[in-house]
Design a binder for this molecule. Structure first.
Ligand SMILES: Cc1ncc(COP(=O)(O)O)c(C=O)c1O
Length: 463
């Protein structure tokens, strides 16, 4: 039954595509040829250890007035603290900060190969033709990057979008176009059931909202990573077209979706499985293929959405998938169709970054070593380079963030509406460009919150 339903998804998409073809609405992108033609296996310079450029991806400076402004935006534990800050000489001296809040997980944004690729492309082509992909913005550079990402994700095809946010929107609006394309009459469309993890990223939530407006899509939100709940929702749902969509590595909590169990459920229920691999791409898996590679289930993921703005260190979004899904998204994904393509230097930089990211494996080993360092020093049960230290109220989170800022660390306080009230937190992200020493200093500065969190976890485990 499940295999039948899986191939049914292919036939639904094929039928939707032939409807589009019959209405002359099928679109394809034709690359403008920029010469010299770039090389897929771009001959990038690689290194076997960090270089001086690596630090610039985690070290920043703020001028004095901006630093003071930041401090005054964050509540202090005491008025004396605030007075001392306003009388300090920080208004003249630049303040150096160590970033523990970025998403440049491998430090590739400042890699010489990435800078060189961007500047070479800019010298040769400026920003490249400016237009949406279906008009005139798509070039042989874009086509190559799609090929490179398809290869990274072990998929047949890939489609670039302006951002990761736009990629989720493009997939979900294309998905939502299927019911009306398949229905013999507009009054009897086939509905689609979308099952979405409770903690999915905002771009998935907004994409589903659009899908609901656009078609007969019905949303089922399952409790975070709760496979029993998902199974029960799937079992009681009479809609045949089912889709499950989830972040693979959750951006606020740093935990992985249970992909192995999702794949089992997919076999049982025959749903289409879409993952948002934004935070796992290049970070997870031997080759950096992401969460699918890490869990050994790349082939069971139908749609792999990602961004070039995190570990790739550049900008843009993508959807790695099959040829038929690419055709559908190209023809119906509104945020793909009606938005300008990524500039050519950014495409060239991304190509170089993916090549470096695959080859400089020590970067992946380094970031996972930092995860291990943080775990050993703090005792907190973490599972990825995204670490969430829940501190409770908004005031508590802002006050902790202030303490860190004064100690030279940039760590973001995450508050509602991003997270639920009273689950405000410090969100820490690690990078391959951090050193063990950086982690030691950070953990020492965080020690009051780590101690409280550890004792809360202990209490919780006794219940
Ligand atoms: C899980 C997830 N998906 C999508 C996005 C959006 O990516 P982009 O910044 O490229 O629009 C983000 C970025 O914050 C994210 O964390």
């Amino acid at each position: 039954m499940s295999q039948l339903q899986l191939s049914q998804w292919d036939s639904w998409v094929d039928r939707a595509l032939s409807q589009l073809a019959s209405k002359r609405l099928l679109r394809s992108a034709r690359p403008i040829s920029l010469s010299p033609t770039p090389d897929l296996d771009v001959d990038v310079q690689t290194f076997d250890r960090p270089g001086p450029w690596d630090r610039s991806s985690v070290q920043v400076a703020l001028d004095g007035p901006t630093f003071r402004q930041w401090l005054s935006d964050l509540p202090s534990a005491s008025d004396a603290d605030a007075d001392a800050d306003s009388n300090s000489d920080s208004d003249t001296n630049p303040q150096k900060l160590l970033l523990f809040s970025g998403n440049d997980y491998l430090g590739l944004s400042s890699h010489p190969a990435v800078s060189q690729a961007a500047s070479k492309a800019a010298q040769a082509h400026g920003m490249g033709p400016r237009g949406s992909a279906l008009i005139s913005g798509y070039t042989n550079y874009h086509a190559l990057l799609e090929l490179s990402l398809a290869r990274l994700k072990q998929k047949d095809h890939c489609i670039l979008c302006p951002t990761g946010f736009a990629a989720n929107m493009a997939f979900l609006t294309a998905l939502a176009s299927i019911p009306s394309l398949l229905s013999p009459t507009p009054s009897a469309p086939h509905p689609i059931a979308i099952f979405s993890d409770q903690l999915n990223h905002a771009s998935i939530i907004d994409g589903i909202r659009l899908a609901e407006r656009q078609s007969h899509a019905k949303l089922f939100v399952y409790r975070h990573s709760d496979m029993l709940h998902l199974h029960s929702l799937l079992s009681t749902c009479s809609i045949t077209m089912k889709v499950v969509i989830t972040d693979s590595l959750f951006s606020m909590d740093g935990d992985f979706a249970p992909l192995t169990q999702l794949v089992e459920l997919r076999k049982k229920h025959g749903f289409l499985l879409a993952i948002d691999d934004a935070h796992a791409t290049l970070v997870c898996g031997e080759n950096g293929g992401g969460a699918g590679e890490y869990f050994g289930c790349e082939k069971d993921i139908d749609i792999c959405i990602g961004t070039l703005s995190k570990a790739v260190g550049c900008h843009g979004g993508f959807i790695a998938t099959s040829k038929r899904w690419k055709s559908l998204i190209q023809s119906r994904g509104r945020s793909f169709i009606f938005s300008t393509t990524i500039p050519v230097p950014v495409v060239a930089a991304s190509l170089a970054a993916i090549s470096v990211g695959r080859r400089e494996r020590w970067r992946r080993r380094a970031i996972w070593r930092r995860v291990q360092d943080f775990y050993s020093l703090s005792g907190l049960p973490i599972s990825s380079p995204i670490i969430s230290i829940i501190v409770g109220t908004e005031e508590a989170a802002l006050s902790a963030s202030r303490h860190l800022l004064k100690s030279g660390f940039h760590v973001t306080a995450i508050r509602p509406p991003t997270v639920a009230p009273n689950s405000c937190r410090l969100r820490i992200t690690l990078s391959a460009a951090h050193t063990v020493d950086d982690i030691k200093k950070l953990v020492a500065t965080l020690s009051p919150w780590i101690t409280t969190l550890n004792s809360n976890l202990l209490e919780f485990s006794k219940l």
